[in-house]
Design a protein around this ligand. Structure first.
Ligand code: TRP
Length: 349
């Protein structure tokens, strides 16, 4: 029997910072629309920080995941472009980070087949994020792709031997599933040899933000402050946000979710504790709080928006970086697929 040292599901950020060369990041976005403030604090800043620490980074634009929970792909080409521009604007540097779309890396997608063989239907049916997405889709039925996309995500992570996955907590079940796939592949097919390592998730320090209607901030709910929104659109959205009638501002996420979410957003922009923001606004009421949040969000996003506009004005930029990324990702995916097929005995005929 081989003894392997188990790594915990959650990575320790201090350990990553101490030895960035031991890590390879794979993370990604579904191109269903422009990214928003929730993505910015939840994951974009995290991935840019890792990139700057010198961690090798891969970014998948998960275009096949768009059609997991809807009847048509929508404006997929435009949305892919938005997502890439948002990442560039946040500080992703395509000369050091590989950015590619699922659809342009066939060998990655082919890994889905052997990985599905290592996954049970019961595991997929239990996945809480899949269940939530199925319920939110409003379709009344679950597509085979929605049920199995966590395994597709395992292929995203394992094709490049990514060992660090910066994500929100809703993605933890998928990282767990990926770890199971890796472990079972090694045990069942590779005789205990560690062909795949078990990746770790890296949670962002920022909590999940609420949208201006008090529900989770989400592209599809129209309650999100998009990174690319103008300062005026941002002001209008924040003015609309749901608060309460009490004049004194406090930080009480359970009791006063609307007010606390605004306090939280200001605190993230200012880099201070939420309690400090609440104390500062004090008896100024929602109007003063909203004015403060508008100012600090627009201030935080001003350089991001300027960079975004500059990138958007460069003709062919997004297509050419996706082409380069696909070429790099394809070389790696083909090598991994060859290893997998070799382990399965498929290279002998
Ligand atoms: N499922 C992720 C989301 O909805 C996007 C994604 C696709 C992803 N592949 C990934 C995230 C691999 C992390 C790792 O946001």
């Amino acid at each position: 029997m081989t003894l392997t040292l188990e790594t915990p599901l959650l990575a320790d950020p201090a350990q990553v910072a101490a030895d960035p060369s031991r890590y390879r990041v794979l993370t990604g976005d579904r191109p269903t629309g422009p990214l928003h403030l929730g993505h910015y604090f939840g994951t974009l800043l995290n991935r840019v920080r890792l990139q700057r620490q010198g961690v090798e980074t891969f970014l998948v634009v998960a275009d096949y995941q768009v059609i997991t929970d809807r009847l048509s792909p929508g404006e997929i080409a435009a949305n892919v472009r938005e997502v890439v521009l948002d990442n560039l604007a946040a500080g992703i540097d395509p000369s050091s980070t590989t950015v590619f779309a699922h659809s342009s890396v066939p060998a990655l997608n082919q890994l889905l087949l052997p990985f599905l063989s290592l996954t049970t239907v019961a595991e997929l049916q239990r996945n809480p994020t899949v269940k939530d997405e199925a319920a939110a889709s409003g379709l009344g039925s679950v597509s085979g792709l929605l049920l199995t996309y966590p395994v597709h995500q395992a292929a995203d992570i394992l094709f490049c031997h990514g060992n660090l996955v910066p994500v929100g907590d809703d993605q933890l079940p998928h990282v767990e599933q990926t770890r199971l796939v890796a472990r079972r592949f090694n045990e069942r097919y590779a005789g205990g040899r560690a062909v795949f390592g078990e990746p770790q998730a890296l949670l962002s320090p920022a909590p999940r933000l609420l949208g201006v209607d008090g529900r989770k901030m989400s592209k599809s709910r129209g309650n999100a402050i998009a990174l690319k929104a103008t300062a005026d659109e941002t002001a209008r959205l924040i003015r609309r946000s749901v608060t309460d009638a009490r004049r004194d501002i406090s930080y009480d996420p359970a009791g006063r979710p609307g007010v606390s979410s605004l306090v939280e957003i200001a605190a993230l922009c200012l880099g201070v504790a939420p309690e400090e923001v609440a104390a500062q606004v004090g008896g100024g009421g929602s109007a003063l709080l909203k004015a403060l949040v508008t100012d600090v969000v627009n201030e935080e996003l001003r350089p991001v928006r300027e960079r975004r506009a500059a990138f958007a004005a460069e003709p062919g930029l997004v297509s050419s970086l996706l082409r380069d990324g696909a070429e790099r990702a394809t070389a790696i995916a083909e090598a991994t697929l060859a290893d997998v097929q070799d382990v399965l005995g498929m290279s002998a005929y």
